[in-house]
Each structure stands twice: as C-alpha cells, then as structure tokens.
Design a protein around this ligand. Structure first.
Ligand code: M7G
Length: 328
C-alpha cells in the first residue's frame, strides 16, 4: 500500500488491503507490476472479539477484533480456483482420502502454499460504523422522497457518513497508484478507474472495478442533474472501452451501476462482470448507469425529486431518523 504514513495522519478510517501484496500472475504484466513481496505478519497480534458474519457458501468470514490495541475488522475470503493453475494443483498437491464407496471417493487436497492464498482485508482503526457495516443484520426498505432526502438523509450523512479520505488518497495519488487502470484527468468529466478492493484481479469472472470522479462534492445519485450528463457518459463510454481493451470483456458482459445509498459519499460507479453476484447488486440498491443517464435526459431533476427506495440495516442510525420522522 502506498503512503500509509500520510493516510494515518489524515484518516481515522485507515484501510489496508493486504491483497495488494499477494501475487497476481494474470495481470501483473499488463500493469507492469513485479512479484509481490512477503510482509511482516501484522495479523499474528490480532485478538478476535467477535465473528460479525460468515458464509460457508461465499467462503468468507468477517471478524471484529483488536490489532495493537486498535479496533479492527479483518475479512478473510477464499478465492476462486483458476483454470490456469489446475495442472500445478493436480501435480503439486498431497491427497488424504476421506472416504471411498464404489465409484465415489472424496479427498482433502493439500495444495502448494502459493495456490492456497486467502484474500485478506484489514480495516484498522475501524470505527463503530465499520463494525456495524460488516455485521449480519435484518434490513428494512425505506421510501425516501426528495423532501425526505433534504430534511432527514442529508443532515444525517453530513454528520455520520464514512470518511472518504481513501478516495482522496487515490485522487491525489497517495495510495493505490500502481493499481490505476485508466485515468481521465479532466476536472469536470474526468475519473480514475481502478480495481475495487473486493477484487483480487486473478480472474475476470468476478471482475470489479470502480470509477471515481475527479470532481469533488457530488455525494450520490441524489446530487445528479442533467448538468452531470457529460461526466456520466464519459465514465460509461471510456470505462467500457478500457475494460474491453484490457480484460477483453465487451459492454454486453458488464453491469455498470451506482449504489443508492452508497457507503462513501463521493460519486463513483461500479463496473462488475454480468453474472457475478457482487454484494449490493440487488434492485433495491443498484441503479444501472444507462438508466440513470436516460432518466436525467428525460428529466434534469429526476434524482432530486423522485422517491427512491433502499434498504437500511436494523442498527443503521438513518433508519432511526426515518422512524422518528414517522416514515416507517
Ligand atoms: P459504495 O457503494 O459506496 O459502498 O461503494 P459499499 O462498500 O457498501 O458497496 C464503494 C466501493 O468502494 C465498494 O465496492 C468498496 O469495496 C470499494 N472500496 C472501499 N474502500 C475503502 C476501498 C479502498 O480503499 N480501495 C478500493 N480500491 N476500493 C475500495
């Protein structure tokens, strides 16, 4: 990770993505990066407080704990098995037999260490909001009119939202510089395209990139008017073109969308591979960029005025505000 010192000074929500330090054989050459090096294992000091959530199907676990006396969230995730490592996996592993019955047998395969890596994300120091974000929770669907946004949501997010220092670090080239996939530096319609930290970049099956606008101050979908159409079209067109060129995925294989509500209130667009069920792709949260563009073309104030629907988790302070206002 680039410039952690600068981040530590400015950002109480420092985020470390250890996956940057793992090997990425597939795209290393394209980005001109060398082999990742081993780092001191900071996690040997990690003290678990609570498992926030886990999933046998997704093969991940979200853990709240302490790292050097600071609150931390650690996310461990087994990554997909890639076709290009199969022959090494078959020839270089050890097998333990679990059971054999007629033509059926099951084994435990012990793969070589480098084929058995776990994608690891560390948030430290984590705020209470991070801990809540990763905790499994019931959700309720909220109906937000344009007036509700201005009287309930906006005052709340102005006080309570996650720090966007990590976004500024990217825009100011203080972090993730070597991960930038495409840059349009125009101050009005420009953006940076880079891998979302949920993607380990080892296979395109779960491709996940984010485009972050150069322009500051556009918080979310709600702030968009027809004046932002050149920005949105620019992100859409150049983002798709870059992904086609670099990852050989045509636009017909992409899901390009914004979240409402987002977690981070600096406008960004998600690019994921169609068919990959990334967290937050449901209709109650994801808004296709193509639809956003058309809606703004039809009505310049569409997103300032329309009622928007989104889920809020039971312990989200914003849900409390909607309840207090008698909206739920
Ligand atoms: P969002 O819709 O604001 O929130 O999207 P969500 O996390 O609830 O979906 C922000 C996106 O930025 C998410 O897809 C995150 O995985 C991604 N992201 C968050 N952080 C802190 C980082 C980071 O430090 N680097 C990168 N590359 N992506 C991040």
């Amino acid at each position: 990770m680039a410039d952690t010192t600068a981040k530590r000074e400015t950002d109480s929500n420092e985020t470390m993505d250890l996956s940057q330090k793992t090997k990425r054989p597939k795209f290393d050459n394209e980005n001109g990066r060398g082999e990742a090096e081993f780092q001191p294992n900071i996690l040997s000091e990690f003290k678990t407080i609570k498992v926030l959530s886990d999933s046998a199907r997704e093969k991940n676990i979200f853990v709240h704990g302490k790292l050097a006396d600071k609150e931390a969230v650690v996310i461990l995730e087994k990554t997909p098995i890639r076709e290009d490592v199969l022959s090494e996996l078959f020839t270089g592993s050890k097998l333990k037999l679990d059971m054999k019955n007629d033509i059926y047998s099951t084994y435990r395969l012990q793969a070589p260490a480098h084929l058995n890596e776990i994608k690891t994300t560390v948030v430290c120091p984590a705020t209470e909001k991070h801990v809540k974000k990763y905790q499994r929770q019931e959700s309720s669907l909220v109906e937000e009119t344009g007036d509700d946004y201005r009287s309930i949501t906006l005052p709340y997010i102005e006080k309570q939202s996650f720090s966007i220092q990590w976004v500024y670090n990217i825009l100011e080239k203080k972090a993730e510089v070597d991960r930038i996939v495409y840059e349009d530096p125009d101050p009005d319609v420009g953006f940076l395209l880079l891998p979302d930290f949920k993607w380990d970049q080892k296979q395109v099956d779960d491709l996940y990139l984010i485009a972050i606008t150069m322009k500051k101050g556009i918080r979310s979908l709600r702030d968009l008017t027809s004046e932002h159409l050149p920005l949105l079209q620019n992100i859409f067109n150049k983002g798709k073109a870059e992904i086609l060129q670099r990852y050989k995925l045509p636009a017909s294989k992409l899901r390009v969308y914004l979240h409402y509500q987002p977690s981070y209130y600096h406008l960004h667009v998600h690019f994921t591979k169609l068919g990959y069920e990334a967290p937050g792709v449901g209709v109650e949260r994801a808004h296709l960029l193509a639809d956003v563009i058309q809606n703004l073309q039809a009505d310049p104030q569409y997103y300032a005025t329309r009622t928007l629907y989104f889920p809020l988790r039971a312990d989200d302070g914003l849900l409390e505000k909607f309840k207090e206002a008698g909206k739920l």
